[in-house]
Design a binder for this molecule. Sequence first.
Ligand SMILES: [Zn+2]
Length: 752
Amino acid sequence: MLYIHNLGFPRIGAQRELKFALEDYWQGDLSAEALQSRALELRDTHWQQQRDLDWLPVGDFSLYDHVLDASALFGNLPIRACAPGVNPLSHYFRSARGRDPLANHLPDCKPAKMTKWFNTNYHYLVPEFDANTQFELHSQSLIQQVQRARQQGYLAKPVLLGPLTYLASGRSTDNTSVLAHLDSLLVQYSTLLQQLHRLGVEWVQLDEPILCTELDGEWQMAFRYAYQHLNNLPIKRLLTTYFGTLGDNRSLIASLPIQGLHIDCSHGPDDAHWAADCLPDTVTLSLGVVDGRNVWRCDVNALLQWLQPLYQQQNRDIWLAPSCSLLHVPHDLTLAQDLPDEVRQQLAFAVQKLDELVHIKQCLLAPDATQAATTSTTATHPTPRWDDALLQRSKPVNQRRALQQARLNLPVLPTTTIGSFPQTPEIRALRHQFRQGAIDDHAYERGMQDYITECIRQQEQCGLDVLVHGEPERTDMVEYFAEHLDGFAVCRSAWVQSYGSRCVRPPILHSDVQLPAPITVKWAHFAQQLTDKPIKGMLTGPITLLNWSFVRQDRPRWQVAEQIALALRAEIGALEQAGIHIIQVDEPALREGMPLRQSAHSDYLAWAVASFRLATSGVADSTQIHTHMCYARFEDIGDAIDAMDVDVISLETARLDAQQLKQIANLPVRAQMGCGVYDIHAPSVPSVADIERRISLLLVHLDAQRIWVNPDCGLKTRQWPQVRPALANMVTATHAWRRQLQEREFPITAEG
Ligand SMILES: [Zn+2]
């Protein structure tokens, strides 16, 4: 038999209803009951939108995050977030955010750590384990949802994070192994599966995406052990793997006692063929044939070429699904009226992806009666081959240094910022009015120039050495460039959840990327005219533009990166021409684009670094190239960072302890380094003493000549009353150190 199902649906709502409800609730403007009833309405609506499916995912909806939901389900929220007599909803939100309106009498607590969900841009809250961890099942909410779905006539398939992926996503806070908790966790899973079975549930979905990563012997054993443990339960278990291929885990998977296996087919049909050939007919095969990570329409013709024969040869049940949860794509294309028609025709968002499943099912069941849709995509042109010399600056980094210094004449421990300054309500309003056509180009530019003037004045008053224009024209560091480069489209309603109530709007890269006209030059040039201090030009790098966009799939990623890089190379050339001699090319997303499997890392880093160099190597040796990275670990990519061949790199390091900072300082990187000296996310103003201490830590490990002083990241989410004193303190602390360093160099003796 042939069925269609879904692994998970976007939760935030087509119009971001959940976001607004959550934010109202956190503000104290919406009661907990009202929040729950909005969530219930949203779930009902989303179920309605999935009504054509044979099996409906239930339990995939979340008020904040599905990993946090698993922690709540198994009674494993951090103890510091919980207090007797407090509503469980408060425990949940205190775990996520440190506070909750229903528990205002409690002091704020430290929220759980947030980190990226595999290689997506979705962030989850990291479960915590220690020797005292004890699980306790809180299944009431899930059970109610299942009952409600069944009452509404759906065949409900509860969605659970699998026990191994749950443990692997967590961290032990006392150096015990997370696997030490497997036994006690399995007891809860068993109880839960029995409860679901008693409700009449036939299938449960167990998400184990870690099966698409490399697993060592211990984890493989744990998998066998865990699924054996769940084996004697009467409910059917669909083991879902996604975000990659099965690789070396095929034989492990074949050894697990499961009734169904879901395979991500967006990477090709090999795993599907393997499973069809090697798994017993009693195992249902769920094929993730519609890409759940991207917005392009499925090429049904191409798909049927392999799917049709595979389906016909099988005696087992086949299910069709998106490759993974649809959480990672926008909700509904019909709302995307601002996209050009020729782009929209090529796309499918969550709702449309389910229509595609219906269509594919029809094609398989009645091949003669149905017409497979052909997908036409805009033709693109591979970039003409360029000379490898384009990847090289003329001189090595240590020789460029003197040339740059001759022009810039910077003091030791130069101070700067990462680029953006507060995005005030006035600036947002200005951009909004301009977009609406309420003000003309002239008024918009004048408004921006006024703000840039203000940013320059503030930076001069604080005494910074290298200034920036402040990025007021940018809604977002990727979106702004996507709006001004050919080949990208920005859809203003295409929201994807990033974490909690936060959503992002990844641009859609649909055809050849080109720079029609310089993007940043006028702002940087305007700023430079206002000051004698050097202005640092600001760009988003090729890899970050790539990793934070939806990218065409008919071209390899390295090729797309190369095209973006060439467009940025032209922009950088134009900045240099306009008299900007320091240019920062931000790559905060370099690390997160790393493939899940370690064996693929070096390949990725090689082309990522090459495209960065392609963008940046065209400048004179006397022009200083900076890059900035954040949100990531850097310890294991030191070589790649060095290979980027920048003159200065700034890193988000303010939250690292002395030991970790030492690791960063000792990376095999030749560039000068700006290890962020204060955390821009912290609500308080860092004191002069704090920053001095931070600088002294750096001075232990780095030559003073290599150190830059800057905040951790951009300041756009901050407000001026905090930014001003923070930067002033940073400069004061730096000056104090400069004096000390000078005294060390010319020690003041008793005589002199
Ligand atoms: Zn940053």
